[in-house]
Design a protein around this ligand. Structure first.
Ligand SMILES: [Zn+2]
Ligand SMILES: [Zn+2]
Length: 367
């Protein structure tokens, strides 16, 4: 058993409370990690509402980065002292996992959203109370976290943990949505809806793939400015009017690829009308309602050869894709640091308020 601190969510829609906790020793296949930095991702904030049936008190956090302090029996991928990046978990045994497509693991919900070990036990306790944990196989809003071999990758000794933390979910999701899920090719046109960290990462993905032009639709001026700085050729303020007309004015035959990161159903529905023949729409942003639906016009869709594609984690295979992204960042081709802002872990509530207000785009908490 190890002492640590965690940002505990005591009840639905409460404020995070930083409290002392205990963390159990790692069992077979588990890795105990000293968390040095953790990004805040939109999914953490969705979970806070309790909409996914989470039992509170709970510890979220799924963009951890840290140093291995202990390993359970059977762990060979990392050793004590290694720097590691944490990402989503997967089973490694189902048809999708064995096809190197773990973001569509058939156990994805159980392993990432259930907030408990498979046997229902918790690794984390505060004042003798079990905390819902194991969120994305990590619950890394804590100074110590337990992860599995499948959801860590080893980093170089000189890796900057605070900088790399957001790769584990938001950045790989945005970049991968374009480069992997929609298989963008050089010269294809790209519209990204929503300029949060995932949307801006999709802009960077478009740049990596050689998409042209790259167009961002985003209501906040600051985010449009950053998008222009990092590679968007055009930015559109949806508050200024008809987004389909604005895109068609730039691309009369329509756009090849659309990535929605907003989950805003009226915008997603409108985007159906901006696609070129053989165009693809990628759905990344979660809408607010579980039963949200998209009215796809069937005849138009058949005759234009359109595709609507759901996307989890940018179709990442973390062992292969995360090292690629780290190399792109090192070489200056993936400047996601332009939209990262760090806060001390104790300032988690203030950091999230800044993310909600738009003052911060990607928040990373450091220990
Ligand atoms: Zn699986
Ligand atoms: Zn996430």
């Amino acid at each position: 058993m190890t002492d640590a601190i965690a940002a505990v969510m005591p009840a639905a829609n409460a404020a995070f409370s930083i409290v002392p906790i205990t963390v159990e020793d790692p069992q077979r296949g588990e890795i105990l990690i000293d968390i040095k930095a953790v990004g805040v991702c939109h999914t953490d904030l969705v979970m806070v509402s309790g909409a996914f049936g989470t039992v509170f008190p709970a510890v979220f956090g799924h963009e951890g980065a840290g140093i291995v302090v202990a390993i359970g029996d059977g762990v060979t991928k990392v050793a004590v002292g290694d720097k590691v990046l944490l990402t989503f978990n997967s089973c490694g045994a189902c048809a999708r996992c064995t096809d190197d497509d773990p973001s569509y693991c058939t156990q994805f919900s159980a392993l990432n959203m259930a907030c408990a070990r498979g046997d229902g036990s918790s690794r984390l306790h505060a004042n003798g109370t079990a905390l819902s944990d194991n969120f994305f196989g990590q619950s890394s809003f804590a100074s110590k976290s337990i992860a599995m071999e499948r959801n860590v990758i080893k980093l170089a000794e000189d890796a900057d943990l605070a900088m790399l933390a957001p790769l584990g979910c938001g950045v790989q999701t945005g970049v991968g949505a374009v480069t992997r899920s929609l298989e963008a090719k050089a010269g294809q046109s790209l519209v990204v809806i929503g300029g949060g960290s995932v949307g801006l990462s999709a802009v960077l993905g478009g740049r990596l793939a050689g998409c042209s032009p790259i167009i961002l639709i985003e209501p906040q001026q600051d985010r449009r400015t950053i998008a222009s700085d990092i590679g968007a050729d055009h930015v559109i303020d949806p508050g200024a009017g008809d987004i389909v007309g604005a895109v068609r004015a730039l691309l009369p035959a329509g756009v090849d690829l659309v990535v929605d990161t907003s989950g805003h159903i009226p915008s997603v529905t409108a985007s159906l009308g901006m696609l070129a023949n053989k165009g693809k729409l990628g759905l990344v942003g979660l809408p607010g309602a579980f039963d949200a639906a998209l009215p796809v016009p069937v005849i138009q869709w058949i005759t234009s050869g359109g595709t609507v594609r759901g996307i989890v984690e940018g179709d990442s295979d973390p062992d292969q894709f995360l090292p690629e992204l780290i190399e792109h960042h090192r070489a200056g081709r993936l400047p996601f640091d332009r939209f990262v802002r760090t806060y001390p872990f104790a300032a988690i509530n203030e950091a999230i308020a800044d993310a909600h207000s738009g003052k911060a785009i990607k928040v990373v908490l450091t220990f």
